[in-house]
Ligand binder design. Structure first.
Ligand SMILES: [Zn+2]
Length: 302
């Protein structure tokens, strides 16, 4: 049995997967706010409960919004209690088994590349459009890893000048400290910011999509600009990685209207003769993070 743990800022989810990776059970508890020892105790309790449920000692993988640094310490802005703590050593000790760790977005990409929407594809690029923009690359089913763990932090490259100029966008300050990152325009809050920029008046993404479906012109104008920016960005990622497929994730990946126009837009930003890769919705959606974590645990235990 394989357990995936998705540790988030507000909740921790544990999901139990059978040997063939079908989901057998899952539950969530609140993340202990600012107490690291309490968080470790909660992880131990959840894994203990899973062991009792399955009657065996399952493998464990943990996904969280952050990275593990070269010393095995967690770096996470979203979960202050684990920031700087020796999470790897402590978790191995309390759970008494190998534990796989990964950034939650990378875990999502790993899941979609293994049995998900990108199954059987060699080079898989995953892009999560949620509260931020983040991604990962899977080659032959394995995550591409890099020296400083910043490979695929492509939410923090600048939006091209051609788009800034076309739509008269101001250079927006990103939370990462840089200016004009694509995240500020293409994440969920970025799309809402575009609604304000184009004076469309929508205060939520569902309201914008409803307006789009009703044929409202300001919704169409905002959405067209967003698709232009997203298509340009995906074309740039294609020139960098030439993936066989791009899998979207995060809240915005649920917008069905996103997919049909993308190929034609991407083509406008690619050289002649370059075919844009298919851009698809995830198979496991919100559950892919915890599934990817379990997959990682399986590998750690082998
Ligand atoms: Zn940034």
């Amino acid at each position: 049995m394989h357990y995936g743990l998705d540790v988030g800022g507000t909740k921790i989810e544990l999901a139990i997967f059978n040997a063939d990776f079908t989901l057998s059970d899952s539950w969530r508890v609140a993340t202990p706010g600012d107490n690291y020892q309490q968080l470790l105790a909660t992880l131990a309790e959840m894994v203990d409960k899973a062991d009792q449920t399955t009657g065996c000692e399952g493998s464990v993988g943990i996904g969280f919004p952050g990275i593990v640094d070269s010393l095995g310490c967690a770096v996470s802005a979203n979960i202050p209690s684990i920031n700087g703590q020796p999470l790897v050593a402590d978790t191995l000790k309390i759970l008494n088994r190998p534990v796989g760790f990964e950034n939650d977005v990378k875990a999502f990409v790993l899941s979609e590349a293994n049995g998900g929407a990108a199954q059987s594809q060699k080079n898989v690029l995953g892009l999560v459009l949620g509260t931020g923009v983040a991604g990962g690359l899977c080659i032959d089913g394995q995550l591409f890893r890099s020296k400083q763990n910043v490979a695929c932090e492509f939410g923090h490259i600048p939006l091209p000048a051609i788009l800034q100029q076309r739509y008269q966008f101001p250079l927006r300050q990103c939370g990462c400290g840089l200016l004009s990152c694509v995240e500020e325009y293409l994440a969920g809050p970025g799309l809402l910011w575009m609604c304000t920029h184009f004076e469309a008046g929508y205060t939520s993404v569902p309201a914008l999509i409803k307006g789009l479906q009703a044929g409202e012109s300001k919704a169409q104008k905002t959405f067209d600009a967003y698709i232009d920016c997203l298509g340009c960005y995906l074309a740039q990622l294609t020139l960098m990685y030439d993936p066989d497929i791009i899998v979207l994730g995060g809240g915005l990946s649920n917008i069905n209207e996103l997919y049909p126009p993308l190929a034609a837009v991407m083509k406008q930003y690619l050289f002649k003769g370059v075919t844009p890769p298919n851009v698809v919705a995830p198979k496991f959606g919100d559950s892919s993070g915890v599934r990817g974590a379990a997959f990682l645990g399986k590998c750690a235990g082998e």
